[in-house]
Every structure is written in C-alpha cells, then in structure tokens.
Design a binder for this molecule. Structure first.
Ligand code: 3PG
Ligand code: MG
Length: 407
C-alpha cells in the first residue's frame, strides 16, 4: 500500500526550524527509562533532518498526566537518553508551558544541526488532548516545517499530532511524515491491504470489547483468524462451553456468535483453543508460583480459571502459521507475566520466529511479550504503537496520517 503522503524525503530542512512530533512515551521506573525502543525508532528521521542542516525541535507526550504537570512525567530523562544516542547536546526546555517564552528563546538561539526538546505536550492538558487551536498555533509559531513521526500517537487527534498542521500550512510550511511512520504503515498496510497469502491473524489479550472492530475487519482480510488469551473464553462460552471462572465479556457473547457466523459465511478459518491451562486462584503477585492443570475446553471445571492456551492448542496454532506467508499478531495468549502461564505465548512467538512468513507484531503487550521472551530480532516488524496499530488494523484512518500533506 503506497502511503500517498509527503515524507521527510520530500523536504530539505537546511536552515529551517522543523517541529518533529515523536512518541517518546517510554516506560519509566524511578525516573529511569526501562525500554528505549521508541527513542531508538525516532533516530533515523532526526538524523536525516540534522544531516540536512535543519534546526530540529522535538515534542512528545509522556504518560497520561491526569493530575497536571509534574516532574514524574517530565521529558527530562528522554532528553538525556536522546542526547546519548545522538552523540550531541539536546537542549531541554523544561518549562511546563511547553511553548511560551522559554521555548521561543531556546529556538531563537538554535543554529543549524541543533536539537531542542520541548516539555511534555500533555502538560497543556485539554489544549493538547482536545486539539486546541491556541496551543496548535503556538507550536506552529516555533517552526517552519512539521514532521509527524509519532506512530504510537497517530490515533490521537491532539494539537501536537493534528491541530498544528493547519497553522503550518497557513504560514506556507509543509507537513510531512517521518521514516518511522512510513515504515509502520508500510508493514501494517501491506499486511492488511495487500497480504501475501496465506495471511494468518492472531488476536489475544484480555477483552473481546477492546478488539471488536479488529476481529471483524481482520476476518474480512485474512485467511485464518486465531483467537487466544482471555478473550477466547467469551468465544468458548458463546459456543456453549463451561468456562469456569475464566475472563468473560458477557455482553459480547452475541457478538462472538456473529463473528463465528461471519467466518463461516466468508469461508475463513476461525481457530479457538481446544485445551486450556487452568488455575484455582489468580497468583498474587502476578508472577508468584501457581499450581496449574491442563483441561480440554469441553471439560472445564466450574471452579477453575483458564489462564493460558494448552499444549494441544499450541500445536494447533503453530501448525496454522507454519505455511503462512503473512502473520499479524496482537495480544498475548495467556498471563505471560507469569513464567508458569507464559508457555502459550512463547509457543506462538516461537512459531512466528520459525516461519518464513512476514511477521508483524502489534505494539503494546504483544511487543513487550515478544521482546521480553527474547524473540524480538526474529520478527519482521514490531510496531511501536499499541492503540495506533490496533486502530490501523480496524481499518480506521489515523488522524496523524490524515493531517500530513498529500503527495
Ligand atoms: C501509547 O503508549 O499508547 C501511546 O504513546 C499513546 O499514548 P496514550 O494511549 O496515552 O494516548
Ligand atoms: Mg495507549
């Protein structure tokens, strides 16, 4: 699928102030970055603009910022890590106002090849998240050109992702997408719109409700849809099976029935677990030792809870991806945070690692699982976007993509 949007390759940033929206929403523990994937993923675009001789002004959100600006959600740790990665100073504008005087001054002092990072855009609260005009304009006032490279945030119609582009256009500037956006959309877009077949989609995770449109859209595009994780039990209940204390979305039973009928009508394979790893009580903490018992899904005891796919299901799913040419996976098969309940997720990761197919991992939990289990470098593409890749797989237009100028 060709992305019909201008990209950083269509601009020369020489001497220009370029505002780049990245997704630097990285996990932090005690102020330390625990996964730098999103920072590393942003480097090619930044480097290109620096090579052009641009003045690179970076911005991003971090966290949800529910209680207003605070040091715990400052982008300061990102500035530090980024500066190490780039091997040059990143001037951090720590001002909670994000734009304003401090930012204006820092930008005015920039020379070609300099990098400035603005403070967390969500420190402007609803002005950012409700796509406020004033904040959008203030962001645009700092720059001549705008680059969106924040794939992970591209499903948010926020000021720094979408609103800003209108004001860049108004002053005669261009709005383009970065290399990360291009790469993500090429992988995900090709898989969904133009897959080399057989195309197998694997969906897991806790809730059917989170994946309604993804299930429906992927059923139309794929040849085989595999369901695992907590959401599988709602499907099993819809088939009339006892599911004990397993996770269930009772309101979505009819929906699951509809999807099973849809698969049948379209002649698509829909695979559900045939056995399940069950427990009597959920481990606390989540990774504490736990006693398990494998049961056939037709014989689930009423007092047990399914927390992973069983060995027969592992083999069934591995077999389904063996001859696939394209595989998209989103959502773990079980409670992978617990080593005793991770076997199903590991088996699927291993099956993907072993196939010749193009393998694409939706972000969020599945990306974390694949990386944590050590299969990261075996996959063709691991998305940096959780919510964004899901919305993309639903077939929705992403505001961050829509906002860029057409070619
Ligand atoms: C993410 O991590 O999902 C993205 O950075 C978007 O963040 P959000 O879900 O808080 O909008
Ligand atoms: Mg999210």
């Amino acid at each position: 699928m060709g992305l019909n949007k201008k990209s950083v390759d269509d601009i020369n940033a020489k001497g220009k102030r370029v505002l780049v929206r990245c997704d630097f929403n990285v996990p932090l523990k005690n102020g330390e970055i625990t996964d730098e994937t999103r920072i590393v993923a942003a480097l090619p675009t930044i480097q290109k603009l620096l090579n052009d001789g641009g003045k690179v002004i970076l911005c991003s959100h971090l966290g949800k910022v529910k209680n207003g600006p605070n040091e715990g959600e400052s982008l300061a740790p990102v500035a530090k890590r980024l500066s190490e990665k780039l091997g040059k100073e990143v001037v951090f504008v720590s001002d909670y106002n994000v734009t304003g005087e401090a930012a204006t001054k820092a930008v005015a002092a920039m020379k070609e090849g300099d990098v400035v990072l603005l403070q967390n855009t969500r420190f402007r609260g609803a002005e950012e998240t409700k796509n406020g005009e004033e904040f959008s304009k203030e962001l645009a006032d700092l720059a001549d050109l705008y680059v969106c490279d924040a794939f992970g945030s591209s499903h948010r119609a926020h000021a720094s992702v979408a609103g800003v582009t209108k004001f860049i256009t108004a002053k005669g500037g261009e709005n383009v997408v970065g290399y990360l956006m291009q790469k993500e959309i090429n992988f995900l877009g090709n898989a969904v719109e133009n897959p080399v077949r057989p195309f197998v989609a694997i969906l897991g995770g806790a809730k059917v409700a989170d994946k309604l449109n993804v299930i429906s859209n992927l059923l139309e595009k794929c040849d085989t849809l595999i369901i695992g994780g907590g959401m599988a039990y709602t499907f099993l209940k819809a088939q009339g099976y006892e599911i004990g204390n397993s996770l269930v979305d009772d309101e979505k039973i009819d929906y699951c029935k509809e999807m099973m009928a849809k698969a049948e009508k379209l002649g698509k394979k829909l695979l559900l677990p045939v056995d399940s790893v069950t427990i009597a009580q959920f481990p606390n903490p989540i990774d504490a030792p736990v006693e398990t018992q494998v049961v056939d899904v037709k014989e689930m005891p009423a007092d047990r809870e399914g927390c992973d796919i069983g060995p027969k299901t592992q083999a069934l799913y591995a077999d389904a991806v063996k001859n696939a040419k394209t595989v998209v996976w989103n959502g773990p098969m079980g409670v992978f945070e617990n080593p005793i309940l991770a076997a199903g997720t590991i088996a699927v990761a291993k099956a993907l690692a072993d196939t010749d197919a193009t393998t694409i991992i939706g972000g969020g939990d599945s990306a974390a699982a694949v990386n944590q289990l050590g299969f990261g470098d075996k996959m063709s593409h691991i998305s940096t976007g959780g919510g964004a890749s899901l919305e993309f797989l639903e077939g929705k237009e992403l505001p961050g993509v829509a906002a860029a100028d057409d070619k």
